[in-house]
Design a binder for this molecule. Structure first.
Ligand SMILES: Nc1nc2c(c(=O)[nH]1)N[C@H]1C(S)=C(S)[C@@H](COP(=O)(O)O)O[C@H]1N2
Ligand SMILES: [Mo]
Length: 252
């Protein structure tokens, strides 16, 4: 059987099982296939597992949804951001020349990359939509370096399963499974619509996760950690958003 029909069968099977025998059985099946999200333990845990397992099985290799240049939003919606720490302002004062992206955890070697290092590594662009769970969205061109190539420089070690990413705003952090992290459309972005990435949109550095909801695209990116488990990060549910009750997997 080819991989696509196997995945479809798995997803259909999971959905049917959930209907016929309940979410707990579907969750056991998902476990067997390694499709358990870090936030599976809460009130909506079985539902989260089912959504994640079905979507993941069906969409792992789904192509990026890109838009024509003429559809770029003239007035992209900049969401409100909390206060930025003094160290952000200090870096802004030197035009972010001292900004570093640290890559550590299950990697060899760990890295500390400037924005110039990232630009030199590779440049890709995509015209994609940012959609907030609150209902609004916009389309923009995003320019950056594929996370997959950053990870290739760092060399993930065996056992790597998740990539945790953090903002200079310490209350904003999130994680991706390795498949989403290595997906070529997942970009460490430093440019937007032909210019530098503006601060309001997360400049100087933002992780763009174009197949998931806007909250997964964390602004002011400073730190990436490769890990085998999310257990020891915060409350163990995979992201600051999931600790607030948002779904860790924000597929759209
Ligand atoms: N560091 C940081 N990243 C963040 C946020 C934030 O407040 N701080 N807001 C998130 C939310 S909820 C959304 S919907 C998008 C909004 O992106 P935009 O300002 O480009 O519209 O950024 C996400 N990334
Ligand atoms: Mo959002």
């Amino acid at each position: 059987m080819n991989p696509i029909s196997r995945r479809k069968l798995l997803a259909t099977g999971l959905a049917a099982t959930a209907g016929a025998a309940g979410l707990a059985t579907a969750a056991r099946l998902a476990q067997r296939y390694g499709l358990i999200p870090p936030d599976h333990g809460g009130l909506f845990g079985a539902g989260e597992t089912l959504t994640y397992a079905c979507q993941r099985a069906l969409t792992l290799h789904r192509p990026l949804h890109e838009f024509p240049r003429g559809m770029i939003s003239r007035q992209p919606f900049m969401n409100e951001i909390g206060p930025l720490p003094d160290k952000f302002k200090a870096s802004q004062a030197v035009n972010f020349s001292d900004w570093r992206l640290t890559v550590d955890g299950l990697v060899d070697p760990p890295l500390s990359l400037s924005i110039a290092d990232l630009r030199a590594l590779a440049t890709r662009n995509q015209i994609t939509e940012v959609a907030c769970e609150e209902g609004w969205s916009y389309i923009a061109e995003w320019i950056g370096t594929p996370l997959s190539l950053v990870l290739r420089e760092a060399g993930p070690k065996p056992g790597a399963r998740f990539v945790v990413y953090r903002s200079i705003q310490s209350d904003w952090w999130d994680s991706l499974d390795l498949a989403e992290a290595l997906y070529p459309g997942t970009l460490v972005t430093w440019g937007m619509n032909d210019g530098d990435l503006p601060v309001g949109f997360g400049g100087p550095l933002r992780l763009r996760v174009p197949r998931q909801l806007g909250y997964k695209s964390v602004k002011f990116l400073t730190h990436i950690t490769v890990t085998d488990s999310m257990k020891h990060f915060g409350k163990g549910v995979g992201s600051s958003g999931a600790e607030f009750g948002y779904s860790w997997y924000g597929g759209m």
